[in-house]
Each structure stands twice: as structure tokens, then as C-alpha cells.
Ligand binder design. Structure first.
Ligand code: F6P
Length: 356
């Protein structure tokens, strides 16, 4: 049996650990299992590239960050557009899956990757998806691998920023990744002791936010730390589409929501205000122990599904147990923070301002 691997979309901690678990499971449980690594995700498959690999190549990867295969963003919408040679990228993927003689392709990626994987299955390719992203926004799984490592990084950053905030008596904004979903900002904000948390799912009111900062100062607090998702939206912007919002912001000369907030909060509250953008350190580095365990469980389970010939699925976590969903059922769907969910109420219950 010939098994292919590809990693697609933004990287995160744990990609290598998942491939390691799949390869070790199959090497131990399927006689004569062969492996190939496809470089740079679907882009590599579209070019028909594959590198033969041995189980040993994966063995030492439990703690190695990034992806040894490399990755690329290949937006779903570009898949069906004809290229210079007249064929679509999607047609090339199917043709190369067959040409490479794959019996199964493991696709490690986020929502977009799963959407393409579902299309491949519909065309007769044997695909098994693995849910990766620091955004934790894949529908049908309680958690994605890479998420809790990023929570650790962002929560630690918030704590570090707090000591400087305290020293200087400043208001500090910390921008955390998450354009559409606020899981990372909400969880790391709570774990990092933020005073306010702004997420895309809860459009915030700037007056209320400034009042929360001012009230803390009146109460004698020296500083405020605000966790801001990169996709956070003002309530006045909420009715508009993302593209139109970005356009309107650019017209007003605003760069990011965080930079804009730093200016407004400084002016309105009279506090010295600074912004920090965490950026790619949230995606890089070694997976934490939670993710190493999760990646091993997901990968081993995916190996078992492949051995049993159960394709067209993606591995998932439900109530602490590893399980799977049909790719066709989850493709194109996202999982968002419930504005009235328990975690949001827990935060608001202890006085964290969600901007509403
Ligand atoms: O992987 C998801 C994500 O981390 C988003 O939260 C973020 O907006 C995006 O990737 C940025 O990715 P890139 O700059 O690599 O395209």
C-alpha cells in the first residue's frame, strides 16, 4: 500500500508529530507500507511531485515545529480556474494522485484544505483529513492540533506584557491571530489574565471599552492589558462585509484594528497606550505536551482508518474521544465562538470586558 502525505495552508505546531504517528502506525500494522511526502501541499501535488520516505524519516519528529514537507496556501477558489495549459489545478490533483499510484492521501490542513479534500474524494481519491490550525475553527471537532500550543504562546506573551504594562502604567493592546474566529484570543486572553478580550464574533463598542479602561484606573489599577483578535470588529462596522470594512478602514487611513484602538484609547482615556502584534511566533516552534499527545492520538487513529479502508473522512475530537466525520459533511463549514457560550460567560462573570 502506498500512502501519501501533504500539509497545506498556514503551518502550526504538531504537523510533523501527526505525520510521525500515522507513519509509525502504518509501519507497525500494514505489511509493506510505502510512504511518499508531497512537497508544499496541493501545489506540489498539482506539479506531480512526491519524495519517497521511510518510517524512520518520521520517527524523530514528535517535537519538531513547522512541517518537514513545506506548505503553501492554495485557495479553494483557484482550484477550478483553468491554468495556462487549459486544465484546472483540481484536474491536475486527480491526475497526479492516480499517476503516483497512491492508495491513500493524508491531507493535514484547515477548513480550506478539507474542502479540496472533499472534492478529491468525490472524484474517487482515497483521502483522510487531519484537523490542523491555531484558529481552532474546523467544524465538527472540539479542538484542532496546534491550537493549545498557540494558546500557551499567546497567554505567556500577555503575562509578559502585563509586567511592562504595570511598570510603566500603560494600556497594552496585544494582537492575536484569528481573522474570522476568536478562539485563540478568547482562550489565551482568559489564560493570560487579560482585562479585556475582543473577538470577531462579538462586535465591540468603543465607548464601553474605553470606559472599562478608565474605570480600572479610577479604581487604582496601574495598567490594562487588552487581547485583540486580528479580526475584531467595531459594532459600527459589523453590518458590513469584511472586504468593505477593510476598504473603509484604509480610506480613513487606519491600518489594523489594533493600531486604531491604540490611538483612540490613548486619546480618550489619557493613558499611555502601546500595541504589540504577536504574529507568527504563535504558529512556530515545538508542540506542547497536550498537542504531542493529541497529534499522536489523531495520527494513530488516522493510520487505523487507512488500514481499515475508511476514506473520505477527517479525524476529529468529540467529548475527549477521537472519532471521525465524513469530509462531505464538514467541508466549507466553520466553527465559531458562541457569544453566549460558557467560556464567554466565564470571562464576563469575572469582570473581563468583551466590549459589549
Ligand atoms: O493559520 C491561520 C492563520 O494563523 C490566521 O489566524 C491568520 O490570519 C493567518 O493564518 C495568517 O497567515 P499567512 O500570513 O501565513 O497567510
Amino acid at each position: 500500500m502506498k500512502y501519501g502525505f501533504l500539509t497545506s495552508g498556514g503551518d502550526c505546531a504538531g504537523l510533523n508529530a501527526v505525520m510521525r504517528a500515522i507513519a509509525l502506525y502504518l509501519d507497525n500494522n500494514v505489511k509493506g507500507a510505502e510512504f511518499v511526502g508531497i512537497p508544499e501541499g496541493y501545489a506540489g501535488l498539482a506539479r506531480g511531485e512526491a519524495v519517497p520516505m521511510r518510517a524512520d524519516d518520521f520517527a524523530g519528529l514528535l517535537t519538531v515545529g513547522g512541517t518537514i514537507l513545506g506548505t503553501r496556501r492554495t485557495p479553494y477558489k483557484t482550484m477550478t480556474e483553468p491554468e495556462a495549459d487549459g486544465t484546472t489545478r483540481f484536474e491536475k490533483l486527480i491526475a497526479n494522485y492516480k499517476k503516483l499510484g497512491l492508495d491513500c492521501l493524508f491531507t493535514l490542513g484547515g477548513a480550506g484544505t478539507h474542502r479540496t479534500a472533499a472534492m478529491l474524494c468525490a472524484e474517487g481519491c482515497n483521502v483522510i483529513g487531519l484537523p490542523k490550525t491555531i484558529d481552532n475553527d474546523i467544524f465538527g471537532t472540539d479542538v484542532t492540533f496546534g491550537f493549545y500550543t498557540a494558546v500557551d504562546v499567546a497567554a505567556d506573551a500577555l503575562q509578559r506584557v502585563r509586567t511592562t504594562s504595570e511598570s510603566h502604567g500603560r494600556t497594552m493592546l496585544v494582537e492575536i491571530m484569528g481573522n474570522k474566529a476568536g478562539w485563540l484570543t478568547l482562550y489565551s486572553g482568559i489564560a493570560g489574565g487579560a482585562d479585556a478580550i475582543l473577538i470577531p464574533e462579538i462586535p465591540f463598542n468603543i465607548d464601553r471599552l474605553c470606559e472599562a479602561v478608565a474605570a480600572d484606573r479610577r479604581a487604582g489599577k496601574r495598567c490594562s492589558v487588552i487581547a485583540v483578535a486580528e479580526g475584531a470588529v467595531l459594532d459600527s462596522e459589523a453590518p458590513y462585509r469584511r472586504k468593505d470594512r477593510a476598504f473603509a478602514r484604509a480610506e480613513r487611513g487606519e491600518t489594523t484594528v489594533t493600531a486604531h484602538l491604540a490611538e483612540v484609547i490613548g486619546e480618550r482615556t489619557g493613558t499611555e497606550t502601546r500595541a504589540t502584534v504577536l504574529g507568527y511566533i504563535q504558529r512556530g516552534g515545538s508542540p506542547n505536551a497536550y498537542d504531542r499527545l493529541l497529534c499522536t492520538r489523531l495520527g494513530s487513529y488516522a493510520g487505523r482508518l487507512a488500514k481499515e479502508g475508511r476514506f473520505g473522512v477527517t479525524v476529529a475530537v468529540s467529548r475527549g474521544e477521537i472519532t471521525f466525520n465524513a469530509l462531505a459533511d464538514i467541508a466549507g463549514k466553520y466553527k465559531f465562538v458562541d457569544p453566549d457560550g460558557e467560556a464567554v460567560h466565564a470571562a464576563e462573570g469575572i469582570g473581563i470586558c468583551l466590549g459589549r
